[in-house]
Design a protein around this ligand. Structure first.
Ligand code: NAP
Length: 260
């Protein structure tokens, strides 16, 4: 369904918009689809070439800022908004909070808790991706860079290091890419595969966003087992909003709004 198509009016249903692009959004959709009171639309940004397209009604592409999202919510008479985007997709989360407030509709952020270090972890916490690039040259030679294709340019000037760069799609043409090898793959990843990969490439340091959740946690476990440091990029600030840490909590929120 295209971005401008309308959902047919059905007064028996509440209309839920899920902002997606994550495994959690897909899982939430599967569960929420079992609630007969809901009519659900999922929205994807359109970043990946071959997205995992969720079942049901899907629209793809940006809304055009807060204003565009407000227009969308109004035109499609959305009753409930769940932001299930990735914790590092900060812009859309802030837009969603502002748009939901402007329209006066209930809004929930589904966000897995951040990973916390456990004994054996050797984390170097950094505020931003650029800070990760700043501290690498003094500590690393062969880096497993798992922050995705949009962040490659921040490391491109580090010519004395070697990078194994994992991402879903190739970098866009014109992107500055650090020296090393590109690896195209999509999680979830297993501990054994991460151990094999890091050992095979002689990795001495991992760079990761603190995404939380299980799907990409194996690299953190593998780094622990191999005694490797992880440069961990902290999450951006979420907007002030109700937050559900997992799918059951998001389902409970939905149920409360269906049966107030
Ligand atoms: P972002 O920086 O927060 O958003 C940039 C712009 O992309 C937004 O202003 C919005 O455009 C559009 N957008 C983002 N998510 C959207 C959605 N679900 N539906 C419609 N438009 C959306 O986001 P990002 O970090 O580029 O991430 C883009 C998508 O990839 C998100 O859906 C996110 O869940 C997924 N993802 C991101 C990461 C990550 O590390 N950032 C990792 C895994 C998955 P307009 O202003 O025009 O509305």
């Amino acid at each position: 369904m295209g971005a401008n198509e309308t959902i047919g009016i059905n007064l028996d249903h509440l209309r839920l918009l899920i902002l997606g692009g994550t495994g959690d959004a897909t899982e939430l959709l599967a569960k929420a689809s079992l609630l007969p009171q809901l009519q659900i639309m999922t929205s994807l940004a359109g970043r990946t070439q071959h997205p995992v397209v969720p079942a049901g009604a899907v629209r793809i592409g940006g809304f055009g800022g807060v204003e565009g999202l407000v227009t969308y919510l109004q035109q499609h008479q959305i009753d409930l908004l769940i932001d299930a985007t990735h914790p590092f997709a900060a812009q859309i989360s802030h837009h969603a909070a502002a748009a939901a407030a402007a329209c006066g509709i209930p809004h929930l952020i589904l966000s897995r808790p951040a990973w916390q270090p456990v004994p054996g972890d050797r984390w170097l916490d950094v505020e931003r991706i650029e800070a990760a690039a700043t501290i690498l040259p003094d500590r690393a030679k062969r880096v497993f860079l798992t922050t995705g294709r949009q962040q490659l340019a921040a490391f491109a000037h580090l010519e004395s290091l070697w990078f194994l760069m994992r991402m879903i799609d190739p970098p866009l043409s014109g992107t500055a890419v650090p020296p090393g090898e590109l690896l195209f793959d999509r999680g979830p990843f297993s501990l054994q595969d991460e151990l094999t990969l890091m050992t095979h490439y002689g990795i001495d340091t991992v760079v990761s966003k603190n995404s939380g959740g299980e799907a990409t946690y194996a690299k953190i476990r593998a780094a622990r087992e191999l005694g490797l440091p992880v440069v961990m990029v902290r999450r951006p600030m979420l907007p002030a909003a109700e937050v559900a840490p997992d799918i059951p909590a998001a389902m409970a929120w939905l149920t409360r709004h269906i049966h107030p």
